[in-house]
Design a protein around this ligand. Structure first.
Ligand SMILES: Cc1cc2nc3c(=O)[nH]c(=O)nc-3n(C[C@H](O)[C@H](O)[C@H](O)COP(=O)(O)O)c2cc1C
Length: 326
């Protein structure tokens, strides 16, 4: 057995959590989760918040758990209610996750829901609800762990919304062409030939390959996904942090870290304390990134003549339209 730790893989950061909580948080976000909205009602007030600390705990008895920040405004209602509902979000509910991760009082007026058997609001459009009685609470540092006993479940069709590295994603099967080759091999994965693959699998595979290549290029520039998206949005307009959050579908922490990094480069300024805009050098950098994207695309299609390219784009557009209307 090879005793070298992760040979050939570059360490991005390592350390002890006490000294740098931000990088510790980034380590935790390497673990992909689904997204739930936890809901409860104490009879007069309702609480709802986006949560990814949800986990199954036991089948017999049927127990689940999640943790809530002790400073959360919703904690009191969850404790008073003595029950809660787990609403597992579908991959077209990133807006719902955004909504329930804000500290506003009118979250439920903007969502579609109905009352469940234990009194907790149940969200429409989710892929599963678990209605639980509050079994136990356990202290967990700056969080409180809420163990629930599942009293009733409902499963719907659909695929889950994912959350990892501070951003939302959708689940995809492992591209068939990568199976059996990836993790056990010491050699880099060579592109296998694809004639045996169906259209769907080919599309899936090419999308996986291109986005991996693009991510490698972005990482080489030393900018995170959040920074990349923020430069894109702020290049065209001035926005508040709240507006940015609604557009770029990233966690608040990820956005704050990215804004700090961009500010450190003296690429952004705050106007009237709220509005954020790029400085002149910031805009130049945003243009540079834009050019990198164009170069990446040019590189990707090099060797294709104009007609082939137009036909290819036409085929892709028709597939999109057909899939949308199906
Ligand atoms: C994807 C995602 C997962 C989250 N997971 C948790 C969690 O597990 N526990 C927690 O206390 N807050 C979590 N939050 C933050 C809360 O949703 C957020 O602080 C919310 O405003 C809390 O509601 P409150 O302001 O009514 O307390 C998460 C946010 C997001 C976007």
């Amino acid at each position: 057995m090879d005793m070298i730790k992760n040979p050939g893989i570059k360490i991005i950061e390592s350390g002890v959590p006490d000294e740098d909580i931000r990088t510790f948080r980034k380590c935790l976000s390497q673990f992909a989760t689904g997204v739930t909205v936890m809901t409860a009602s104490n009879g007069t007030e309702m609480a709802g918040m986006s949560v990814n600390s949800f986990a199954s705990l036991s089948l017999e008895p049927p127990l689940v758990l999640w943790s809530i920040r002790k400073e959360s405004a919703s904690l009191r209602i969850f404790q008073e209610a003595r029950h809660y509902a787990v609403n597992i979000l579908s991959d077209n509910q990133a807006d719902i996750s955004n909504l329930f991760s804000k500290s506003t009082e009118d979250k439920f007026s903007k969502a579609s829901w109905f009352k469940g058997i234990l009194g907790a609001p149940l969200l429409n459009g989710v892929i599963c609800t678990l209605e639980c009685s509050l079994e136990n609470t356990i202290d967990g540092g700056d969080h409180l762990i809420l163990i629930g006993r599942v009293k009733h479940y409902t499963r719907y069709n659909g695929t889950p919304l994912l959350f990892y590295q501070g951003r939302y994603g959708v689940a995809n099967d492992l591209p068939a062409a990568l199976m059996k080759q990836a993790s056990l091999s010491k050699e880099p994965v060579n592109a296998p030939s694809t004639p045996h693959l169906s259209l769907l699998r080919r599309l899936h595979y090419v999308s996986h390959l291109i986005s991996s290549r693009f991510n490698t290029q972005r990482q080489a520039l030393g900018i995170s996904v959040a920074e990349f998206r923020i430069y894109g949005w702020l290049n065209a307009q001035t926005m508040t942090e709240q507006e940015l959050q609604e557009c770029i579908y990233l966690s608040q922490e990820e956005i704050k870290d990215a804004l700090q990094a961009i500010k450190k480069r003296q690429h952004l300024e705050y106007q009237d304390t709220q509005k954020i805009h790029l400085t002149k050098t910031g805009r130049e950098y945003a243009m540079f990134i834009n050019q990198q994207v164009k170069n990446f695309e040019a590189n990707l299609i090099q060797g294709l003549d104009k007609n082939t390219l137009e036909t290819t784009l036409g085929v892709i557009d028709s597939l999109i339209n057909q899939a949308k209307s199906a």
